[in-house]
Write a protein that binds this ligand. Structure first.
Ligand code: GCO
Ligand code: MG
Length: 408
């Protein structure tokens, strides 16, 4: 069996999905995703300029050898752009393998460990009242878990994860449009004074069953993160996400010494080497990598297995920028992983997105049901793809109230 051709598409409804299609001499094709939010053209170029010419003529069944070839062959190791490009190739080869075996991918990993995967949604409000309404609306849809983000009094509403008053909470998605970043303002003291009480109010209102998550989005220093974690302990959070940037991984020890709040980190990681210390020292409880920019299924499975040895559960990144292909790869891993924790999953299922990526994966009452179709279980409509073009975007930047550039 041989790979005969491969193509990359960039674009999608309101997002720039980077989609790889790998064709073979047996008529079977595989699909992969290299979407790196707001830097989409870079993994696309890595694919077209370097990887695709090296794929032609290779046996697509040897996905492990291909992974080693891409990783070791790059010489310069890791990095989100390269790992997203490798991720797309790896996913496409697994897709082909599943179609050849006539099995959904989760069967090739070891079968199902659960019938459905717990999902969390994003509840958000410009103030506490709006946040409560948002939580109610997700509960009514059957969600058992919600991430809660709330505007902080005295701080501009335009802050991470907070819908402004003009946006309906269900429709809230960060606006990344435009090459020049929008600017947000952050005040640590105000946040630290307000947020623990706000989270406690959500717990009081909704009772013990609701799984409450909160994302600090890398904004606190390690000492502040420890203080915050201690302050929210009585809320009983499902997780506290990215309390501090994890570049300095030993700094997380401080938080651990002061609090037992479960910690989730990893959405910006792209290899096992980025999370090895956090996992081995048991400094986190959930690993947040995404299959796309952490090198695909082959590499993420290794991370999941290492995590399992250290009681760390999965909580794969599932921001709205993720392609249905990435979400499908994660759905198969979620069905299998003995150490599955939760899946972030946001509104992807618009009619335009479903037309571009037809699939039988389904979401129902806050749970994800994996498709039984062979391979990834997602298709790609090339005719639909012609309707979309790349549109540049940027992550916002954050400044402290005195103008100092901070972590978005
Ligand atoms: C999350 C994330 C995202 C990121 C986004 C950046 O927990 O879902 O923090 O919302 O901000 O993925 O590209
Ligand atoms: Mg996050």
């Amino acid at each position: 069996m041989k790979i005969t051709d491969a193509k990359v598409f960039v674009g999608g409804p309101g997002k720039n999905y980077v989609t790889l299609k790998v064709m073979t001499d047996q008529g079977i094709y595989g699909l992969g995703d290299a979407t790196l939010n707001n830097r989409e053209t870079l993994p696309a170029a890595y694919l077209s300029d370097y990887l695709i010419p090296n794929l032609i003529g290779k046996d697509p069944r040897n996905s492990e050898d291909m992974w080693q070839f891409m990783y070791r062959g790059a010489y310069f190791r890791r990095g989100p752009i390269a790992m997203a490009a490798f991720g797309a190739v790896d996913m496409a080869l697994w897709d082909i393998k599943g179609k050849l075996a006539n099995m959904p991918l989760y069967q090739l990993f070891g079968g199902k460990s659960r019938d459905s995967a717990l999902v969390y949604a994003h509840a958000t409000g410009s103030d506490l009242e709006a946040l409560m309404d948002s939580v109610v609306s997700y509960q009514e849809q059957g969600y058992e878990a919600v991430r809660v983000q709330c505007g902080v009094p005295g701080m501009p509403v335009e802050s991470y994860g907070v819908a402004n008053r003009q946006q309906s909470d269900e429709q809230f998605i960060t606006d990344f449009s435009g090459i020049h970043p929008k600017q947000e303002v952050w005040g640590t003291e105000r946040y630290m004074r307000f947020m623990p009480d706000a989270l406690a109010a959500v717990r009081d209102r909704f009772g013990p069953e609701l799984k409450i998550l909160h994302d600090v989005h890398h904004r606190l220093l390690p000492r502040e993160a420890a203080e915050f974690a201690k302050a929210v302990e009585s809320v009983g959070l499902f997780w506290l996400e990215d309390p501090t940037p994890a570049d300095d991984q030993q700094a997380l020890r401080l938080l651990r010494q002061h609090s037992t709040v479960p910690v989730a980190i990893g959405e910006v990681f792209n290899s096992v080497w980025d999370c090895k210390q956090l996992i081995e020292e048991e400094l986190i409880d959930f690993i947040r990598v995404a299959v796309t920019y952490a090198g695909g299924i082959t590499h993420v499975k290794r991370i999941v297995d290492l995590a399992a040895l250290h009681h760390v559960r999965t909580g794969f990144h599932g921001a709205p920028s993720h392609s249905p292909l990435c979400m499908a790869a994660q759905a198969h891993l979620n069905a299998w992983a003995p150490n599955f924790g939760i899946q972030e999953y946001l509104v992807l299922g618009t009619p335009a997105c479903d037309a571009l990526f037809p699939s039988m994966h389904r979401m129902e009452k806050g749970r994800m049901y994996v498709s039984d179709a062979p391979g990834l279980g997602v298709d790609f409509d090339e005719a639909e793809a012609k309707r979309y073009q790349y549109k540049p975007g940027s992550h916002p930047v954050t400044r402290l109230t005195d103008g100092t550039l901070w972590n978005y």
